[in-house]
Design a protein around this ligand. Structure first.
Ligand code: ADP
Ligand code: MG
Length: 378
């Protein structure tokens, strides 16, 4: 439905060149809810604005439903108002002097999206009902809460029946509880409407909760594209692993490879992990990093440990009680590990423990500094 090929955009900031987009390739399927996730400044907004036509890239191509809206080589640049998209911004960008109804109506009164009065009224009624705004139709938008204002901006975007809906951190200005509620509402709504959506956020929890797929970006590059589960369980790089939650990293050297199990020699002895789907298979002798989530390390009192799997001896350094869970810092040889346990599993500082690493949940990835990711091309 939406295809982006080798998109590049450079800003000249005084004398410095900023590579805002450094060769982005991305294909969004019809009806898909795709989340663009990455730290501030990684190029999410520039990507979205390029799709919308609010930004003119330097190189590459963008097609919507098979029609190019931007193609550097053919000098094609379709202006924003002629692209079949609508956009929702973090700041709502609604007209403060107009009512809820008129905010939704205005784009349907002029230009390419103009509808005859009867059809327009029907469309607006439908959309206001869909977003639970009927009773507020005559209200000035300044007399609404933040959550309601964002609903108006969403209603306005949906009423235009875009082929692609673009949203740039639409929930960031709302408080946590409301954000969590709107998250699931919004996702259900987009699926109900079968609307192709590109949704930008820097919030990993939001991305995991909402995305059909997540595209993780860093420094103008797309690092990994996959389902929330793939991104969380099989990150391709240390950057992705760190950005989506927490992970322990243990560096080692590849000693043996059995099918998809990689044996690493590490400061904690031999540890076994798997190469993530889409990951590069290493060869014996290469440096690799074993990644394991704090929740995927089993911790048991030293004396009750049965010999099995990869076991490592450790000592509890500190504990942080978080209600549902407890975060432990554990010293294992020269390595400090984070282990998260159920709140009922209580250890004290200086307790000796046995840590078990399940190879199913340990991943073997390339150390970040060797992948070339995040480096800028000249
Ligand atoms: P994000 O939305 O992921 O936070 P942006 O797409 O806004 O990131 O920005 C990507 C990079 O481009 C950043 O380094 C930002 O400072 C830079 N940038 C964005 N817009 C401009 C501009 N108009 N002029 C100069 N640099 C810009
Ligand atoms: Mg942004």
């Amino acid at each position: 439905m939406l295809e982006i090929t080798q998109l590049r955009k450079t800003y000249r900031d005084k004398r410095e060149q900023v590579y805002a987009l450094d060769g982005i390739d991305l294909a969004v399927k019809k009806g898909e809810f795709l989340v663009l996730l990455g730290p501030s400044g990684c190029g999410k907004t520039t990507t979205l604005r390029s799709i919308a036509g609010l930004e003119r890239p330097d190189e590459g191509e963008i097609t919507i439903d098979g029609q190019p809206v931007y193609a550097a080589a053919q000098h094609i640049f379709v202006p924003p108002e002629k692209r079949p998209i609508s956009m929702v911004f973090q700041s709502y960008a609604i007209w403060p002097h107009l009512s809820v109804y008129d905010n939704v109506a205005l784009p349907l009164k002029v230009g390419h999206r103009r509808l005859e009065q009867e059809e327009r009224e029907k469309r607006i009624k439908e959309v206001l009902a869909l977003l639970g705004l009927e009773s507020l139709a005559d209200r000035k938008v300044t007399a609404l809460s933040g959550g309601q204002q964002q609903r108006v901006s969403l209603a306005r975007a949906i009423a235009q029946r875009p082929k692609v809906l673009l949203m740039d951190e639409p929930l960031s200005n709302l408080d946590y509880k409301l954000r969590v509620r709107l998250r699931s509402e919004l996702k259900a709504l987009m699926h109900q409407l079968e609307l192709t959506t590109v949704y930008v956020t820097h919030d990993q929890e939001e991305a995991l909760a909402m995305g059909d797929r997540i595209a993780v970006m860093n420094q103008g590059k797309l690092i990994q594209l996959g389902t929330p589960r793939e991104i969380y369980q099989q990150p391709l790089t240390e950057f992705v692993a760190r950005f989506i939650g927490e992970m322990n990293f243990i560096s080692g050297t590849v000693r043996q490879i059995d099918q998809d199990e990689v044996h690493l020699e590490t400061a904690l002895g031999n540890l076994v992990g798997k190469v993530p789907k889409d990951g590069q298979r290493p060869v014996v002798g290469q440096k690799r990093t074993l990644g394991i989530r704090p929740t995927d390390i089993d911790m048991i009192p030293e004396q009750t440990a049965e010999a099995r799997g990869d076991q490592v001896a450790g000592t509890i350094v500190s504990a942080q009680y978080l209600g549902e869970s407890i975060d432990y810092t554990v010293q294992a040889g020269p390595i400090t590990l984070q282990v998260k346990t159920h709140h009922r599993l209580v250890f004290q500082p200086n307790d000796c423990v046995t840590l078990q690493f399940d190879p199913k949940y340990a991943i073997v990835i390339e150390p970040d500094d060797e992948t070339g990711w995040g480096k800028r091309h000249e």
